[in-house]
Design a protein around this ligand. Structure first.
Ligand SMILES: [Fe+2]
Length: 201
């Protein structure tokens, strides 16, 4: 069986995000959950129009079609977690600067206010899903999505995405989703990576 979609290696050691996210959580999240989405995507897409597509095109091409829901779910989660890992920096950068900082000020009234609004939105995602910082019409917005959905599927551009499925935080924070989101925003985000995505549209 061909395996066209390949799980990228973690860009850091499994223990690199501790204590904010434990090595156990990172190991399971990447090695089991993220890997499983790729495995399932390869199984589901084999012999279909999606087999040779770029992952982004599978996400946008399968979204909104009930018959393709399983492919979308797995492609979406495969894509979502690549951004999730890549935006993380052990001992993350202090704060946004330059254009990103000014856009955050314009949209949210400053970094602290952004973190509060983002955390509230993340807590407001019912059940499993994601919370995103999105660049839209030259400004920034916060977007919550259910399950595997993401801004890409909705024709929008994600700068940052926090996984709020329980597998992302339950071992470390139990039911305290807000504490997990706030800790990631405070301690792990590579704001230079986020800023670089401003020009990636
Ligand atoms: Fe996840």
């Amino acid at each position: 069986m061909s395996q066209p979609f390949t799980l990228p290696a973690l860009p850091f050691d499994e223990n690199a995000l501790a204590p904010t996210i434990s090595a156990q959580t990172v190991g399971l999240h990447h090695g089991k959950h993220h890997a499983a989405y790729f495995n399932m995507l390869n199984t589901l897409s084999e012999g279909t129009e999606f087999a040779d597509m770029a992952l982004e095109d599978v996400v946008t091409g399968s979204f909104g079609n009930a018959e393709m829901q399983k492919i979308f779910n797995n492609a979406g989660q495969a894509w979502n977690h690549i951004l999730y890992w890549n935006q993380m920096q052990p001992g993350g950068a202090d704060a946004p600067s330059g254009e990103l900082a000014s856009k955050i000020n314009d949209a949210f009234g400053g970094l602290d206010s952004f973190k509060e609004q983002f955390t509230a939105a993340a807590v407001g995602v019912f059940g499993s899903g994601w919370c995103w910082l999105v660049e839209e019409n030259g400004g920034l917005t916060i977007m919550g999505t259910p399950n595997a959905e993401n801004p890409l599927a909705h024709g929008k551009h994600a700068l940052l995405g926090i996984d709020v499925w329980e597998h992302a935080y339950y071992l470390d924070y139990q039911n305290l989703r807000a504490d997990y989101v706030k800790a990631v925003l405070d301690n792990l985000i590579n704001w230079d990576f986020v800023a670089d995505r401003l020009s990636l549209r």
